[in-house]
Design a protein around this ligand. Structure first.
Ligand SMILES: [Zn+2]
Length: 157
C-alpha cells in the first residue's frame, strides 16, 4: 500500500499542529500538537496539557482540538492533523480514538512523528470495536460528526 503524498494544505496543517505542540504544558517528550479543520475552513488547534502528578487527568492535543471545534459550533470536522515528538509507533490514545469516532468519524487524520514523513491514520484499523453503548453514538445524517453526548448518569457531576 502506498501512502498518499500530503499536499500543501496538509503540510500547512501539520505545521500548525507542530506549532501548537510548542505551546504544550508537558515534559518535552510528551508535547504533542493537533489541528482540527472544519468543512467551512475553521481551524481549531490543540496542545497537550499535563497536570502535575496526575497524568491520567491530562488532556491530549487532539482531545482539545476536537473539543474546541465542537464547542465552537463549527461545521463537521473534515481533517485532523497531529504532530508528536515520538518515534515510530506513537498514535492517538484510546480516549482520543473514541472521541475522533464520535465527533468526527468522517475526518481524515494525518500524523507526523518528529520529522518523519506524515502518515495517514485509519480510524477503523486503530479502533475496530468502538464503544457504541448509547443510542446516539451514531451522528445524525444531517449533522455528521456532531453526535449527541450520552445521557447523564444519575447522581453524576
Ligand atoms: Zn489521547
Amino acid at each position: 500500500m502506498t501512502e498518499p503524498r500530503p499536499d500543501a494544505a496538509d503540510l500547512a496543517g501539520i505545521d500548525e499542529a507542530r506549532a501548537a505542540a510548542r505551546r504544550a504544558r508537558a515534559p518535552a517528550a510528551e508535547r504533542c500538537g493537533a489541528l482540527a479543520v472544519t468543512a467551512d475552513g475553521g481551524r481549531h488547534p490543540g496542545t497537550t496539557i499535563r497536570l502535575a502528578g496526575a497524568a491520567g487527568l491530562s488532556a491530549c492535543a487532539e482531545q482539545i482540538a476536537l473539543s474546541a471545534a465542537r464547542a465552537a459550533g463549527a461545521s463537521p470536522i473534515a481533517r485532523l492533523y497531529l504532530w508528536v515528538p515520538a518515534a515510530a509507533g506513537a498514535h492517538p490514545c484510546g480516549r482520543c480514538l473514541q472521541l475522533w469516532r464520535e465527533l468526527a468519524p468522517q475526518a481524515r487524520c494525518l500524523l507526523q512523528r518528529g520529522d518523519a514523513p506524515p502518515t495517514e491514520l485509519d480510524l477503523a484499523a486503530l479502533l475496530p470495536e468502538p464503544f457504541t453503548s448509547y443510542p446516539s453514538a451514531a451522528p445524525p445524517a444531517s449533522d455528521p460528526g456532531a453526535g449527541d453526548p450520552p445521557p447523564r448518569a444519575a447522581g453524576g457531576a
